[in-house]
Design a protein around this ligand. Structure first.
Ligand code: NOJ
Length: 528
């Protein structure tokens, strides 16, 4: 009798243990290294509001959303957004609640230099960012500052924006003190104003998106000049990045003890089939999407990826252009660009399948024709609220490994990763998304040796999602955009992320232990 009971318990124990082992995704505890940093990200135009308050000038997105409301899905704009200009203390309180090590935010160029030029500095704008940075330090949170997250001052856009090569000079003046006969105080811009308080800098956020979708598509300024203005934009941005990085390195780095990088975005591109053609199509896409900006900066050869050079030169000439639509760097620019980074910022959200799609040479030019690829996604990949964003965690591990192999394993900081959903506080799908992507990151880090130093979730709060307005919600905190105070309420994912950021270990989503923070603020029906 006793023996039977004993055997039964042993068998039960073995069954339990094997079932636990076969669901590592749910039960195993994965921890990140001690110095791995967790953070969250936002961007000025998407959260600040106060679009014409306290001396701020008009930005390109202000003009675009005001003159073309019909182009934004819900006809909205960032005039008020999360009102973070007035409520940044609330945001910092949430950061504190989450226990994150760093906060990635961007500086609005037209808030600091209302006309875009460095001859007129808006003291209130400078003060706003100084206060925010002070508040972060006071709470033990490291600021990570993006200099440009898409909000170009409108007067500079009137000059052609990033398609005008002179923009690189104006960007450099915005980034630093300008040397003139005026007093030093008057001319203190980003690096001088904030340099001693900010160690981590990003020059640009996602140049692929704002050049390709902005100058080549429907995002502001909505020029839809694909295959032409997008390349001009990319060229100026790369030159501007190199100039600012070199200036930083020479004049500031030693005494600031800081680091500067650039944030590039890469979705994983998987061949649609194992055929050689599709393998090549996938690699070509990675080069057009990512190599466009990464090759000049992170590869040992420098300059544009050879495949881009070859295809665009060739198609341009067959279209009877007298010169390639892809501009050329001078040898000095190639040298200045090569190695112009301390770390790589990476935004990663999803995965696509690639197959070759060559079309006969035609006009007007198109970036897609230059690339010659058709992209798709599998219908059974889990969806989000954004039609482009499917949940494919394994693509993240492949992305990180591809970067490691192509660019000599540079230090990477994941500056964005996240999922959009509908409104609602019980966002279990967001918890699963983060959990899945972080497991992939953990494998890349510990099993594959990728040098990843930190991870920022996009985004702290729901915000203005560009052409999709407020219809797609990425926040760990839900924002009530109909309330004057833009009330922020933690979602289930906020509690999850707080546990993660504090322990540096992935709490199993199924067993996530909801904190006081979550229970006390959730409406009764969400009390877990
Ligand atoms: C990337 C962009 O940097 C950010 O502004 C945007 O909101 C997110 N992706 C989500 O689409």
């Amino acid at each position: 009798m006793i023996m039977d009971a004993l055997w039964q318990s042993v068998i039960l124990l073995i069954t339990f243990w094997t079932s636990v082992r076969s669901y590592p995704g749910v039960y195993s505890k994965l921890c990140f290294p001690k110095d791995f940093m967790f953070g969250v990200a936002t961007a000025a135009y998407q959260i600040e509001g106060a679009w014409n308050v306290s001396g701020k000038g008009e930005g390109m997105w202000d003009r675009y959303t005001h003159t073309h409301p019909e182009r934004v899905f819900d006809h909205s704009n960032g005039d008020i957004a999360d009102d973070s200009y007035h409520r940044y203390m609330d945001d910092v309180r949430l950061l504190k609640e989450l226990g994150v090590k760093f906060y990635r935010f961007s500086i609005s160029w037209p808030r600091v230099l209302p006309t875009g030029f460095a001859n007129e500095i808006n003291p209130d704008g400078v003060k706003y960012y100084k206060n925010l940075i002070d508040e972060l330090h006071y709470n033990g949170i490291e600021p990570l500052v993006t200099m440009y997250h898409w909000d170009l001052p409108q007067p500079l856009q009137d000059l052609g924006g990033w398609t005008n090569p002179i923009m690189a000079d104006y960007f450099q003046e915005y980034a630093k003190e300008r040397t003139t006969h005026f007093t030093r105080l008057r001319l203190t811009v980003l690096l001088d104003a904030f340099g001693s308080r900010v160690r981590f800098w990003l020059t640009f956020n996602e140049p692929l998106t704002f050049c390709h979708d902005g100058y080549g598509g429907d995002d502001a300024p909505g020029h839809r000049a694909s295959g032409l203005e997008d390349y001009l934009c990319g060229h100026t941005v790369l030159r501007a990045h190199a100039a600012v990085y070199r200036m930083f390195q020479q004049d500031y780095q030693r005494w600031l003890n800081g680091f500067m990088g650039i944030t590039l975005d890469l979705a994983w591109i998987e061949p649609a089939s194992p055929s050689q053609e599709d393998e090549e199509a996938a690699e070509r896409t990675r080069q057009f999407f990512f190599g466009w900006f990464a090759h000049p900066i992170f590869s040992t050869q420098g300059d544009y990826p050879p495949i881009m050079r070859k295809r665009i030169d060739d198609i341009s000439s067959r279209q009877n252009f007298t010169r390639s639509r892809l501009p050329h760097f001078t040898p000095q620019e190639v040298t200045a660009l090569r190695g112009s980074f301390d770390f790589m910022g990476l935004n990663h959200y999803t995965t696509y399948l690639a197959t070759t799609r060559e079309v006969p040479v035609r006009l007007p030019p198109l970036f897609d024709d230059d690339m010659g690829v058709k992209l798709s996604q599998k219908p059974d990949w889990p969806k989000s609220k954004s039609n482009w964003l499917k949940v494919v965690p394994w693509g993240f591990r492949k992305t990180l490994n591809w970067i490691k192999d192509r660019y000599g394993n540079p230090p990477v900081l994941v500056t964005e990763n996240g999922i959009s959903l509908d409104r609602g506080l019980d966002d279990a799908r967001r918890v699963h998304y983060i959990d899945g992507y972080l497991r992939a990151l953990h494998a890349a880090l510990t099993l594959d040796g990728c040098r990843v130093y930190g991870y920022a979730y996009w985004s702290l709060v729901d915000n203005f999602e560009w052409m999709r307005g407020y219809s797609e919600r990425f926040g760990l905190y839900e924002v009530d955009f109909s309330s004057r105070s833009r009330t922020r309420t933690p979602r289930r994912s906020a509690a999850y992320f707080a546990q993660l950021a504090r322990s540096r270990c992935l709490p199993a989503p199924a067993l996530a232990n909801f904190t006081r923070l979550q229970r006390s603020r959730l409406p009764a029906k969400f009390a877990f």
